[in-house]
Design a protein around this ligand. Structure first.
Ligand SMILES: Nc1ncnc2c1ncn2[C@@H]1O[C@H](COP(=O)(O)OP(=O)(O)OP(=O)(O)O)[C@@H](O)[C@H]1O
Ligand SMILES: [Mg+2]
Length: 201
């Protein structure tokens, strides 16, 4: 087994609000950045390393515990290792729903039903799926659903994001007149308006 801890510690992130990526082992390729972490693909493996920002390291343990709870559910990646500031999970081949929308890859009724099912299975394990947004849901190259970023699945407060995304799918996206390819700046603007609770859904 690779020394994932060494790899994770090779990642240097600035200790301020900018969270600049300063350094990383050459066997890591950056594949994503969120509000709490950088995510890398580990070369010649099918694994992803998520390294949390210095002010979010506590989330590594929380997210690892939740991944352990959903390991028997096929819609969530396998967790291989976790440490003070990192997780190692499956690298997912495919596109997030955000990428599907910007690239014009169709999202189907079946995909939506499968996401619903994946979230329902997590609820059966006593979790409260939260923070379900377009960049945390993948349609894989085999057209299956995978859900990542489960850190907030234990929050008590109810989260309407998936319910609202589903409403938007049925009210707008599924209609024949609705464009199936949407520029990212428009999606980001809609997300910003949504956060301010100004949308009629
Ligand atoms: N296992 C993976 N396989 C492929 N891409 C991934 C994987 N994990 C994360 N990514 C990419 O990296 C991005 C950021 O990852 P993630 O959502 O885990 O970070 P975060 O900081 O917790 O995000 P958020 O801003 O949603 O809280 C994802 O939106 C996705 O594009
Ligand atoms: Mg995320």
């Amino acid at each position: 087994m690779q020394n994932y801890n060494e790899l994770a510690q090779s990642v240097k992130i600035s200790d301020d609000k900018k969270h600049l990526l300063l350094d990383a082992d050459p066997t890591l390729s950056l594949i994503g950045k969120g509000r709490s972490a950088y995510v890398f693909r580990i070369h010649s493996t099918n694994k992803a390393l998520k390294v949390f920002f210095p002010d979010h390291t506590h989330t590594a343990k929380v997210e690892a515990e939740i991944y352990k709870t959903v390991q028997s559910i096929e819609y969530y990646p396998t967790l291989y290792d976790a440490g003070v500031n990192y997780l190692v999970i499956d690298h997912i081949e495919g596109n997030t729903l955000f990428e599907c929308l910007t690239l014009g890859i169709p999202i189907t009724e079946e995909n939506i039903a499968e996401i619903d099912h994946a979230l329902q299975l997590a609820r059966k394990e006593g979790l409260n799926p939260s923070d379900i947004h377009l960049r945390n849901i993948f349609i894989t190259s085999e057209k299956k659903v995978k859900i990542i970023d489960v850190a907030r699945f234990k929050q008590v407060k109810s989260c309407n994001q998936w319910h609202d995304l589903k409403s938007a799918f049925h009210l707008f996206y599924s209609k024949s007149f609705f464009p199936k390819k949407i520029p990212s700046f428009i999606l980001n603007s809609i997300a910003a308006i949504y956060k301010k609770r100004f949308l009629p859904i």
